[in-house]
Design a protein around this ligand. Structure first.
Ligand code: ATP
Length: 509
């Protein structure tokens, strides 16, 4: 037996994150950990990897009892972990980040390490330039660095906390192949994912956690995704069917011949962007991470300026307006990375609510009305079923999916005219993703215009009225969803479109 957990428990003030969890993982087994947001999955993985110390329980590693002193000890034993929130230094390069992760005795010259990174990257098809600064990488690319740095050492257990959440379907499919290869070599894998069809395709066994306790197990190959969802969430779950396109109105957000040159060597050049987003519609943009999504969100948010072209909000040019002024005019943005940009980890939920919410609620003439701010935070917590001990809890101690629900709720509740959201259901369980989808459609039906950037094609097809793709900083045609086959969208994602045609399509709306 590669790994055996016997009655592991971990308590935090006001919550039992893990309650006497027992689990067995064989050599070469791919074992899924399932559970709704806040069920205790990440905490369990962090205890195995030595990031969090258990309050009680025992752990056997290759049939011998161990007490993991910390992540360095876990790595020495042959464990690797890909975290849900990246543990990378943004100001260092890919190679420097990986060097920091390795034991000094394993580290040769930087040139040799660079070569090794390229070799692993090529072997697993996870293209990355070792000399790029991590801060300039997209979320998907940062995820690749996390994965490569585990694969660079000989590992016997790889722990992955939602590794495919930010990968494109093709990348996720590729990763699944890589994991199968690794398992065939005898490496055990612990795999957390909310994407149940992936669990179904990949995993040998699954353990279900609910409120910190093991409540069931199954063999995913013999269990349908719907049955697994029911095991996790109980019988009350109703899965969303496709939403009907709604009637759209006048153009609310318009990009005209936008040109944004790269701000650093690795940023993407946005070229000739033309887009008209109407009241009451959702435009979904597909695309592989690192094709200009970050730059487009920054442009719309007011953090990047265009050197050519215009950004118009309800016909008014806004490119000279800052972030706050745009928010006053009814724009809201949900960024890709929830910690750092979406929320401040060391601030409470109330304070995080104030960060963007104060523009529409809670502050007048520079004075904060904490009663209003707290009441709003409480409303978001209850409406979006955010699992937390309360509005005073620090954002950083929430589970990933619960923080995502809070951030989404905070932006939707401001009733924006235009909502730009990037990966809206990243790391969110099926029940909560359902709720977020319904709220986005409700916002659309109230007349808001929504630009949705996602790598989850199912989600894009479910929610969007019109679909397009971003590739190498250029926008494909944007056409009604019924006219965009999966094959066509795939071609657009790969850049097979004529930029001039795109301009005509968008202007024609
Ligand atoms: N450092 C911490 N301080 C206080 N509470 C914490 C801390 N870390 C986790 N928790 C709480 O423990 C519970 C389990 O969290 P955990 O992150 O393990 O859930 P999860 O199943 O991984 O959720 P998700 O699917 O959203 O990532 C949650 O209620 C969370 O708020």
């Amino acid at each position: 037996m590669r790994l055996e957990l016997l009655g592991l428990s971990k308590r935090y003030p006001g919550c039992v994150a893990n309650d006497a969890v027992s689990l067995k993982v064989e050599a070469g087994e791919i074992h899924a950990i399932l559970g709704e947001n806040g069920a205790g999955k990440s905490t369990l993985m962090k205890m195995i990897y030595g990031v969090v110390k258990p309050d009680e329980g025992q752990m056997l590693w290759n049939n011998k009892e161990v007490e993991i002193k910390g992540p360095a000890h876990a790595r020495q034993l042959g464990m690797g972990m890909v975290f849900q929130h990246f543990s990378l230094f943004e100001t260092l390069t890919v190679a420097e980040n990986i060097a920091l992760y390795l034991d000094p005795s394993e580290l040769g010259s930087m040139a040799a390490l660079r070569q090794h990174i390229e070799q692993v990257a090529n072997e697993y098809g996870l293209a990355i330039n070792p000399d790029r600064k991590v801060g300039s990488l997209s979320v998907g690319e940062q995820q690749r660095v996390e994965i490569i740095r585990c694969l660079i050492q000989d590992i016997q257990l790889l722990i992955l906390d939602e590794p495919t959440a930010v990968l494109t379907p093709a990348e996720a499919e590729h990763l699944i192949k890589v994991l199968k290869q690794l398992a065939a070599k005898g490496c055990s894998i612990l795999f957390i994912s909310h994407k149940l069809h992936e669990v179904n395709a990949l995993c040998d066994r699954a353990t279900v956690l609910r409120a910190g306790k093991v409540t069931g197990s199954c063999v995913p190959r013999d269990t349908s995704p719907a049955e697994m969802a029911r095991l996790m969430l109980g019988d009350g779950l109703t899965l969303t069917k496709a939403f009907e396109p709604g009637p759209s109105g006048d153009v609310l957000l318009q990009l005209k011949d936008i040109e944004v040159p790269p701000t650093d060597h690795f940023a993407i050049h946005l070229r000739q962007l033309n887009l008209s987003l109407r009241r009451g519609e959702i435009i979904g943009l597909a695309g592989v991470a690192g094709n200009g999504q970050d730059e487009l969100v920054d442009l719309l948010n007011g953090e990047l300026s265009a050197t050519k072209g215009q950004v118009l909000l309800a016909g008014e040019p806004i490119q000279r307006l800052g972030v706050q002024q745009r928010r006053h005019k009814g724009m809201a943005v949900v960024p890709a990375d929830r910690i750092g940009r979406g929320a401040v980890a060391t601030m409470s939920l109330s304070e995080n609510n104030l960060l963007t919410g104060c523009i529409t609620h809670g502050a007048k003439a520079g004075l904060i009305d904490w009663k209003v701010v707290s009441a709003r935070a409480e409303r978001i917590i209850s409406h979006y079923k955010v699992k937390t001990s309360g509005k005073t809890e620090m954002a950083g101690s929430l589970s990933g999916g619960n923080l995502q629900k809070f951030i989404l709720g905070r932006e939707i509740e401001q009733a924006p005219q235009v909502l730009v959201c990037f990966h809206p259901t990243w790391g969110v369980d099926v029940g909560a993703a359902n709720l977020i989808h319904q709220q986005l459609i409700k916002l659309r039906d109230q007349g808001a215009a929504i630009l949705l950037l996602s790598e989850d094609l199912d989600e894009l097809y479910l929610l969007s009225d019109r679909l397009g793709a971003l590739c190498a900083g250029q926008l494909s045609p944007v056409a009604p969803k019924s006219e965009v086959s999966l094959e066509r969208l795939g071609q657009w994602m790969a850049g097979q479109f004529d930029a001039q045609h795109d301009k005509e399509t968008c202007h024609a709306d």
